[in-house]
Design a protein around this ligand. Structure first.
Ligand SMILES: NC(=O)c1ccc[n+]([C@@H]2O[C@H](COP(=O)([O-])OP(=O)(O)OC[C@H]3O[C@@H](n4cnc5c(N)ncnc54)[C@H](O)[C@@H]3O)[C@@H](O)[C@H]2O)c1
Length: 438
């Protein structure tokens, strides 16, 4: 028995994608979209562009592409704007990031030079390794928030965008402790007016987005909308939010492997993960205070997947270490090593080694595109507040306060696809399958 279809407004007109940060990830996504539009490459890794979804029974043989099943904005309708600490336009920033081949960047130059970052909000104490030249000034944090709202209005007008999505692709900020100023909209607004030191720049952008009715996604691990003041604002104003921290490389591997160990009931004594990375993100994360924010999302994954409270003989007190070292010769081509000490039948030890020679921003760019397109879809479908169905994309998925986050990537994928089926009034797929044997 099919469900009722959710009314979804058609994606008419342009979708404005506003990235906070125009560094390696953002330029790789923006240049990549233009390269796909010019038929210079394929959107590999993007579920919205290449993924399919099974509908109905296996005998029905209905497996449309996701983009043909739900009304997503077309790549041709995307327009871009960014804020950054540096004045480099998207062409210059892409060359500096060194992710894409310079010949490809040259082919896209006429388009990329048109994306000039707007001045940013920044606090040196929160990202110690960067020294900006493109900053807003304002007496209070509320002044800055109002300037961001004006930037949003201006971009909407100048680009002719019908709808907008904001996504944080900026550097990881220092770890922010939850504070009473984050509790209610009133306390947050008071804090913005009084320059509360507990409101980081990322929250100022997010506040501006939500006040303007713009969905907000957070690709870094810091708190941003993951506080009652902003989550409640999103609910009140009927705006979707999601985060935190793109799940692209080593943690993606971890969320593939850890559910496998658990489903085979193999025990874990320790998991040691280390990385070398030479891009600007690596430089920022080389500062222990910035890395602490990242460490929290990277470490929490295994605890939640392995559920030591349910399987104490297998997973109690396993040792988990994650390290990132800045190593400039590698640029964006990160190398990650994992050493995993497991045990099986009667406690006999075994080891697994993973050596992932990846490209951070090549893995992250399609995630940014998918998140943006799904957030726009969610907005048009009237969904509001935390979009847990997008957990698939994040290392530290936001979730309702009364539940634990779901980190198992296979459950996350099922949740994502079932949400799309639910939107279109299709049967949810439970994999029970008894009907084939009746
Ligand atoms: N690449 C990945 O696979 C991956 C995975 C998970 C998370 N992330 C996160 O995504 C973010 C972007 O990564 P990246 O590799 O593009 O880093 P990057 O250093 O190349 O780019 C970040 C950009 O953000 C800008 N920036 C910093 N603070 C800002 C602010 N307050 N306002 C506006 N701009 C600001 C910087 O100037 C820089 O240009 C980082 O937080 C990173 O930790 C990346």
């Amino acid at each position: 028995m099919a469900n009722t279809e959710i009314p979804i407004a058609e994606p008419k007109g342009k979708l404005g994608v506003m990235t906070v940060g125009l560094g390696a990830v953002a330029t790789t996504m923006i240049a990549g979209v233009e390269a796909v539009r010019r038929k210079l490459g394929l959107p590999i890794g993007s579920m919205t562009q290449m993924g399919t979804i099974r509908l109905g029974k296996r005998t029905d043989k209905r497996v449309p592409k996701i983009k043909d099943f739900v009304p997503l904005a077309s790549l041709d309708d995307l327009v871009f704007a960014s804020w950054d600490l540096f004045t480099d336009n998207a062409y210059e920033a892409a060359l500096k990031a060194g992710v894409l081949d310079s010949r490809l960047i040259e082919q896209l130059k006429d388009f990329l030079v048109t994306i000039k970052p707007m001045p940013a909000a920044f606090e040196q104490t929160r990202v110690k390794r960067l020294h900006p030249n493109n900053l807003k000034t304002g007496a209070t944090k509320m002044d800055l928030a109002e300037q961001f709202m004006e930037d949003i209005r201006q971009f909407k007008k100048s680009s002719g965008a019908d709808r907008l999505v904001m996504i944080w692709c900026g550097s990881t900020e220092l770890y922010t402790q939850p504070h009473p100023v984050h509790d209610t909209l009133e306390s947050l607004e008071e804090g913005l007016r009084n320059n509360s030191p507990d409101i980081p720049p990322s929250m100022i952008y997010a506040y501006a987005a939500l006040k303007m009715g713009v969905p907000h996604a957070n690709g870094a691990p810091h708190m941003t909308t993951d506080c009652p003041a902003l989550t409640n604002l999103a609910i009140e104003k009927h705006i979707p939010i999601c985060g935190k921290d793109f799940k692209s490389g080593q943690t993606f591997m971890k969320t593939l492997l850890a559910p496998g160990l658990k489903l085979k009931l193999l025990g874990l004594r320790g998991w040691f993960s280390t990385n070398i990375l030479g891009n600007r993100d690596g430089e920022v994360l080389d500062d222990p205070a910035s890395f602490k924010t990242k460490e929290v999302t990277k470490l929490s994954v295994l605890e939640h997947i392995l559920q030591p409270e349910l399987y104490p003989e297998l997973y109690k007190d396993f040792y988990h270490v994650v390290r990132i070292n800045y190593y400039p010769p590698r640029g964006d081509a990160k190398e990650g090593w994992d050493n995993i000490d497991i045990f099986g039948w009667l406690g006999y030890p075994m080891q697994i080694k993973i050596n992932f020679l990846c490209r951070d921003s090549i893995l992250a760019a399609p995630l940014v595109l998918d998140i943006v397109l799904f957030m726009d879809l969610a907005q048009r479908a009237g969904m509001r507040g935390v979009q847990e169905w997008l957990s698939f994309y994040f290392k530290g998925p936001m979730h309702a306060p009364e539940i634990y986050p779901e980190h198992d990537i296979f459950i996350q994928l099922m949740k994502l696809k079932n949400t799309l089926r639910w939107m279109r009034g299709e049967d949810l797929i439970t994999h029970l399958g008894l009907e084939y044997y009746d």
